[in-house]
Ligand binder design. Structure first.
Ligand SMILES: [Zn+2]
Length: 194
């Protein structure tokens, strides 16, 4: 699978097995800081629709291809997604997600050398009805010195000096359909909070 190509015809990245988690996306050539590498594509659905799609999924299954665009829209890369869905999480990422005109792009936070795995911080939201061991379910194995140990964003009270827009996305909303099984909610990635 090849990504965006350059004038010389070499794709910027390729997908192969990762030591971190399943498949991963790796730089196929040097990627300069600030490069827009790939768009996060998939089916654009409401939060409610995303929940309904994955309501039957085991809550201990930590795979998620959902990305929050805003309060209205989630991108489900499990349907019509591209290679961007294979980019793994890291607590010390070399990429970041940027939302522009309600589209999500993955950009290089620094210059990335060929062969390096690409990753961004998923910042998965927390929710009141998460199981007690939710941090174990979403355990991070990025191996970075600053690893939080979880792909979830820190609890609000610990996120000092930051806005928590991303972290709040996982909360119950009043539009919750009656009878929904809250514990079965799929986690969603969100854009970096600055
Ligand atoms: Zn980590």
């Amino acid at each position: 699978m090849a990504g965006k190509t350059t004038a010389r015809g070499t794709p910027l990245f390729k997908v192969r097995r990762s030591r971190v988690h399943g498949r991963g996306v790796f730089a196929a050539r040097r990627i300069r800081k600030g490069t827009r590498i790939v768009e996060y594509l998939g089916d654009r659905v409401s939060h409610r629709e995303a929940d309904q799609r994955y309501a039957d999924r085991d809550e201990r299954d930590n795979h998620t291809f959902l990305f929050i665009v805003d309060a209205r829209t989630v991108i489900d890369a499990g349907v019509g997604g591209n290679d961007a869905r294979f980019i793994n999480h890291s607590c010390n990422p070399n990429c970041e997600t940027v939302i522009e005109a309600r589209r999500v792009f993955i950009e290089a936070l620094r210059t990335i050398q060929p062969g390096e795995e690409l990753h961004y911080d998923y910042q998965l939201g927390r929710s009141r009805d998460d199981p007690p061991d939710v941090d174990e379910i979403y355990a991070c194995r990025c191996g970075q010195a600053n690893c939080r140990g979880t792909m979830l964003w820190p609890p609000k009270k610990k996120a000092k000096g930051r806005t928590t827009a991303g972290a709040q996305r996982g909360r119950r909303s009043t539009s919750e359909p009656a009878g929904a099984t809250p514990a079965a909610k799929r986690k969603r990635a969100s854009r970096p909070v600055r």
